[in-house]
Design a protein around this ligand. Structure first.
Ligand code: 5GP
Length: 205
């Protein structure tokens, strides 16, 4: 029997909403059985980040070569750096019947929606714009100009909620994680995804 394809799960949302924190919390749960798609980026590693774990760190030339060769499922330029999802790993994981989880910014999520419309798209929303501002400032990695840039972008990004199947408010990381895991479980039970099994069963009997 042909193995069922895995589910493509995309977590996206505005800059600074806490996508990375929520994603790390999800994967710290040993019961989570979906794979994480490690992205490629041209930005410099932050302290403690490891190549091949947090990102695959690339030069601009290397990244542009990957674009040319069609090796990326999606990519976007974000605050002066490229970020992208390696295509082969996503394909192989889905073909192997495993779920794959992408944590990406909204331009990339839009491209994935166009290419894989039956994926599961989850929008992580901030409780408020002031909360978002505080989070970006408290992170302490950005100067004033960059903070302004991120806030302006965030306003536009919140307007992109239309493209998503679910909206999860990041009021508390643990709660947001629980909601996301529940959504994935529910998605696996969606009639459109499972009905063919039962049709086959009826044919056999
Ligand atoms: P950071 O530099 O803070 O790690 O990430 C900046 C932004 O890039 C975040 O919003 C993150 O979700 C997004 N990002 C990370 N990997 C990818 C990717 O492969 N593709 C796209 N489009 N965005 C990504």
């Amino acid at each position: 029997m042909r193995k069922e394809k895995g589910l493509l799960i995309v977590l996206s949302g505005p800059s600074g909403v806490g996508k990375g924190t929520v994603r790390k919390a999800i994967f710290s749960d040993p019961n989570v059985d979906f794979e994480y798609s490690i992205s490629m980026t041209t930005r410099q590693p932050r302290e403690g980040e490891v190549d091949g774990v947090d990102y695959f760190f690339k030069t601009r030339e290397q990244f542009e070569q990957l674009i040319k060769e069609g090796k990326l499922l999606e990519y976007a330029e974000y605050l002066g750096n490229y970020y992208g999802t390696p295509l082969d790993y996503v394909k192989e994981t889905l073909e192997a019947g495993k779920d794959i989880f992408l944590e990406i910014e909204v331009q990339g999520a839009k491209q994935v929606r166009e290419k894989i419309p039956d994926g599961l798209f989850i929008f992580l929303a901030p409780p408020s714009l002031s909360e978002l501002y505080n989070r970006i400032v408290n992170r302490g990695t950005e100067d004033d100009e960059r903070i302004r840039g991120r806030m302006e972008k965030a306003r536009k990004e919140i307007e992109m909620m239309d493209l998503y199947d679910y909206v999860v408010e990041n009021d508390e990381v643990e709660k947001a994680c629980e909601r996301i895991k529940a959504i994935v479980i529910a998605e696996h039970c969606r009639r459109e995804r499972v009905q063919h099994h039962y049709k086959k069963m009826l044919e056999v009997e």
